[in-house]
Design a protein around this ligand. Structure first.
Ligand code: NAP
Ligand code: MG
Length: 491
């Protein structure tokens, strides 16, 4: 599809309900990863733009129709937003594929469809938030009773910072529970992928949310992002991205006691036992790493297989990888779309070089489109657990595999990582599955599947994979503060 035919490309931010074009710094080029062509030039919000957006979110919180809006009205607005996003599904999906490169069928069937599902789910929470009535035991003064309860109040202005791998969906993962809780939001998408976030902010206005409730600013992480997290009127930072930047954000939050949630990197293991359905496991392990070109925080990037079926499984996955068709995300025959950027392509290729020293390269295919940021799916066997490609997050279509003999060894390999985001176990032995589920240190453990997420299922990391949980009740509660109220009465 020609870029000119695509609706929805914007070169402005949305602050206080208005399009803001002014850049405080060089404008930022946005690329089509399938061709490398520049498709938009975005403003850099900088300190001034951040201040405007945070002030707007603060005003919307304290002095607008939003301030006194009833929970049922917030629910209706979120449901309306879900409908509006659904109406614009084709436009948003095309925009996402153009800007991120991913397969159009995933943009439409997964990213936009999930965004709608998450908005509808979180809409329901707006009317379900409640505190507790407390029975107190305070014994004095005489003839005094206490009526005590908790109120859950919105934490305030939320700074939401998201990466480029699921730009629209991750924006919704933060905005939807924040709005259900009554907060206001300033969202900074990744510099690579601002386009669907800006359209989302326009659709938020179309749905009827007051100006300033959702603001979207663009700019680079170390300038605009840093100014946003440092702004004194921001009450909570919700971040998804690399562990490295997660440490910077956590230090910033500690400086002025902002609440913080961090969804960070991963190096998720896939454990395949010889009592599983081997064909299903081969396909499942390939999907676990190659979905979205491996640019998934829970990608099954480490594969451990029981010895008796090791060679069969690794060769099976390598064959699937070699057969995969690389191409533009808009083409129906494409299975592997481009990576997000030239920088990410270079980074993944560097790891493939390192992998050639550290393991046995099984994939042989070389062909790839001449232009665009493509990397072929790559499989390495016999990689030691302490090798760099076993320990470092590559964030591309690169799988490292090795064998194990016993269940204990599989558990040791699974947990021998600084990360703890996801893991999957492939086995039909119920006893084994339950032992493994308990032993694996990860925020989500899948059994005979991988990468399945649901708005009702909490999601987040153990160890260096982060702090806090998204989705479900936990997500809504993370945007609420608890106030205890204690009322004395004569008894
Ligand atoms: P990143 O550097 O962690 O960036 C994530 C978001 O944080 C972006 O919006 C980024 O802005 C912003 N940011 C960067 N520095 C910041 C700072 N000092 N203060 C506030 N915000 C800041 O991730 P990335 O550049 O997108 O990718 C780098 C690596 O992170 C990947 O190779 C991968 O290993 C990992 N990653 C993990 C996930 C995940 O879901 N867990 C997702 C994507 C990437 P700009 O990018 O606009 O500068
Ligand atoms: Mg970045």
């Amino acid at each position: 599809m020609a870029v000119q035919q695509l609706k929805g490309i914007r070169e402005h931010m949305i602050i206080a309900g208005k399009a803001v074009e002014q850049s405080h710094g060089d404008r930022i080029p946005v690329y089509n990863p399938a061709t490398g062509a520049v498709i938009a030039m975005q403003p850099e919000a900088g300190v001034e733009g951040v201040d405007q957006a945070v002030q707007a979110a603060h005003r919307a919180l304290t002095d607008s129709a939003w301030t006194t809006m009833l929970p049922a009205q917030r629910e209706r607005l979120l449901l309306k937003l879900a409908d509006v996003v659904e109406v614009h599904a084709d436009e948003l999906a095309s925009l996402e594929t153009l800007n991120n490169g991913k397969l159009l069928r995933f943009s439409l069937g997964m990213e936009v469809a999930s965004a709608v599902q998450w908005l509808r789910y979180m809409a329901g929470w707006a009317t379900k938030v409640s505190g507790d009535v407390l029975n107190l035991s305070i014994p004095f003064p005489p003839n005094t009773g206490y009526h005590a309860y908790t109120r859950l109040e919105p934490v305030g202005v939320v700074a939401a910072i998201v990466p480029w791998n699921f730009p629209l969906l991750m924006a919704v993962w933060k905005i939807a529970p924040a709005l259900a809780a009554g907060c206001t939001v300033v969202l900074k998408p990744a510099e690579e992928t601002p386009l669907t976030a800006i359209r989302l902010a326009e659709l938020v206005l179309e749905a009827g949310f007051p100006a300033g409730v959702v603001n979207v600013i663009t700019g680079r992480g170390d300038s605009t992002g840093a100014a946003l997290t440092a702004h004194p009127l921001v009450n909570k930072i919700s971040f998804t991205g690399s562990t490295e930047v997660g440490y910077i954000i956590a230090r910033q939050a500690a400086q002025d006691m902002k609440k913080v949630a961090l969804e960070l990197g991963g190096k998720s293991p896939v454990l395949i036992f010889d009592d599983c359905d081997v064909e299903q496991a081969i396909q499942g392990a390939a999907n676990a790493i190659f979905f979205n070109q491996g640019q998934v925080c829970t990608a099954g990037s480490r594969l451990y297989i029981q010895s008796s079926i090791y060679e069969e499984v690794v060769q099976g996955i390598a064959k699937l990888a070699d057969d995969m068709v690389l191409g533009d995300g808009f083409s129906e025959s494409t299975q592997i779309a481009p990576l997000i950027s030239a920088r990410q392509q270079e980074r993944v290729q560097k790891y493939i070089k390192i992998g050639q020293q550290e393991g046995r390269l099984l994939t042989k295919a070389q062909d790839r489109p001449e232009q665009g940021f493509f990397v072929r799916p790559t499989v390495f066997a016999d990689v030691d657990i302490m090798a760099r490609v076993s320990q470092e997050e590559i964030f591309g279509p690169v799988l490292v595999a090795n064998r194990f003999e016993s269940e204990a060894e599989a558990i040791r390999l699974a947990n021998q990582t600084e990360y703890g985001l996801g893991a999957s176990v492939w086995s039909n032995d119920l006893n084994r599955v339950n032992r493994l589920v308990n032993a694996i240190k990860a925020g989500t453990v899948w059994v005979n599947t991988h990468n399945m997420l649901d708005p009702h299922m909490p999601f987040g990391g153990f160890k260096q994979s982060g702090l806090g949980r998204e989705h479900g009740k936990a997500a809504v509660e993370s945007y609420l503060d608890t106030k205890s109220v204690c009322v004395a009465y004569a008894s």
